[in-house]
Write a protein that binds this ligand. Structure first.
Ligand SMILES: Cc1ncc(COP(=O)(O)O)c(C=O)c1O
Length: 505
């Protein structure tokens, strides 16, 4: 039940609120007595320890300038000293300049302390890692697009309307509220066939893979020859080895899938990172391969909503909800800072996944799950996606257009937040080293290659003609820098083309 007194704005008169305000800052101070010391003089030693602990907390920044200290009374009760002793310690620290007493508002950490130290250290740390001049860091959404006002409005509504038990420990499957919203959203936007009971909420695709490898994958899983290295690592840490399957212009070469695997992890809508999509005949073939051998397909639909050229390719899951585990998250659509992801499972696997999460492990914050549910149900999520599509479509067009004028064709479908710029395989490492000198953040295509891939053809990957290249995330650059960043990118790439056509522009 909703507690109306909370929602009607009477929270400020809550007596506990008043008590908490009087008690002030909660302060942890370690005043453990020395067990070897004699009991004589114990009181004086504890007084000395309190003064030392306060000086140390102020000096190392745990108590920053301006922090209000607890009143004598409450600190005295916390640390087991007389009120007068605590008062005399405060006086001593005021005299030394650590603290100041403000008429009517208690004792505070002085404004002048700790500054030199706390300012100097981050400055030094930042100096060691200058931000990239041309930030094509991998496939992240542009942070300026985060729908702040909608998120705030959804937070207000979701928290106001949530029943009290929403704030109790959650179920490992995640809140039913978001599972209902997602089931209808994924059916509408991606063609996924899902009942809320088949959905298990996670923090991310990465955490979903970790859970799956601990519980469902078995000994060996096939993965695309190119993919996120940390996805492979997390699967292998969970006890499943991975074997690569080649990729060509129709996506993963599913005819080459070995028999002796528990299943395959695919990015069928937009292969990561090459950008191709799995062709319709291969979709049918891979579902048949899974069904005929009792295997599973994990569909990582990480950027399925971000398609720019034609009707979105629906999820593979719709063709085989009995054999496909569908995984997604808001890391591309909203922000990787939100940490909400989902799995849509064949019904017979739900209990195993819930067990793998553990009884008291709701995983993603229930509060954020409620907010996301409201964002979806209010239509704000769809609006954000439509706006994002326009924004990223323009960016992708600008890059592909600029490179095309100079004879470089960006492969793959018009989708997502990243693109591959093909390069002669033997120049890839030189381009990347040069890019780093020129202040670029970008990644070589070989970074994504499975270590067991054949490197043949003078450095091109796996003999299937992927060759070399760099992967650029075009979501990240700031709007004010984007045009110049694209020019700098074209210059960089142009310097390594066999005929230097870009340079001649
Ligand atoms: C291939 C791929 N899968 C999934 C994701 C989603 O990541 P997360 O683990 O944060 O959900 C990403 C995002 O970078 C990605 O590139």
């Amino acid at each position: 039940m909703v507690d109306k007194s909370v929602n009607s704005g009477r929270v400020a008169t809550d007596p506990w609120d008043e008590v908490a305000r009087r008690l002030g800052t909660d302060l942890y101070l370690d005043l453990q007595p020395d067990p070897t010391a004699s009991p004589r003089g114990r009181g004086a030693r504890r007084r000395h320890s309190l003064a030392e602990a306060l000086r140390a907390a102020i000096d190392d920044g745990r108590l920053p300038a301006g922090t209000r200290l607890p009143p004598y009374r409450s600190l005295a009760a916390d640390v087991g000293l007389a009120r007068g002793t605590v008062a005399s310690v405060y006086q001593e620290l005021i005299a030394e300049g650590w603290l100041v007493a403000r008429q009517g508002s208690g004792t505070h950490v002085a404004d002048t302390v700790g500054r030199a130290r706390t300012d100097a250290e981050p400055t030094r740390a930042r100096a060691e890692l200058p931000p990239p001049r041309h930030n094509f860091a991998l496939g992240q959404p542009n942070s300026s697009l985060f729908p702040r006002a909608d998120w705030i409005a959804s937070t207000r509504r979701a928290i106001t309307e949530a029943p009290d038990d929403a704030f109790a420990p959650g179920h490992p499957q995640g809140t039913a509220r978001l599972r209902r919203s997602l089931a209808s959203y994924l059916a509408r936007a991606r063609g996924v066939r899902a009942e809320p009971e088949q959905i298990v909420l996670t923090t991310s695709v990465m955490s979903a893979l970790e859970l799956l490898s601990r519980s469902i994958f078995g000994d060996i899983l096939a993965v695309e020859s190119h993919g996120l290295p940390f996805h492979r690592q997390v699967i292998e840490r969970g006890g499943t080895s991975t074997v690569p399957v080649a990729i060509d212009t129709d996506g993963a070469v599913v005819d080459d899938l070995p028999d002796a695997v528990a299943g395959v992890l695919l990015t069928p809508s937009h292969q990561f990172p090459t950008g191709v999509s799995l062709s319709p005949p291969r979709r049918t073939a891979v579902i048949e391969w899974a069904r005929s051998g009792g295997r599973l397909i994990v569909e990582d639909d990480y950027d399925g909503e971000l398609r720019y050229d034609r009707e979105p390719v629906g999820a593979l899951q719709a063709l085989g909800p009995d054999v496909v585990i569908y995984a997604g998250s808001v890391s591309k659509s909203l922000s990787p800072a939100v940490r909400v992801g989902w799995l849509v499972l064949p019904p017979q696997l739900v209990d195993t996944m819930v067990w793998a999460k553990g009884i008291r492990e709701p995983d993603a914050s229930i509060v954020d799950q409620l907010v996301l549910a409201d964002l979806i149900d209010s239509g704000a999520y769809d609006r954000h996606i439509r706006r994002s599509r326009q924004y990223y479509r323009r960016r992708r067009d600008r890059i592909t257009g600029r490179l095309a004028r100079s004879g470089v064709r960006v492969p793959g479908i018009a989708a997502g937040l990243h693109a591959v710029i093909p390069l002669p395989a033997d120049s890839e490492s030189r381009v990347v080293a040069d890019a780093s000198r020129r202040g670029f953040a970008l990644a070589p295509l070989s970074f994504f290659r499975h270590p067991a891939c054949d490197v043949t053809d003078g450095g091109s990957a796996d003999g299937r003609g992927l060759g070399g290249g760099v992967v650029v995330g075009f979501g990240t650059p700031a709007a004010s820098a984007f045009a110049a960043d694209v020019e700098a990118l074209a210059d960089l790439v142009g310097d390594y083309l066999p005929n230097r056509r870009l340079r001649a522009e």
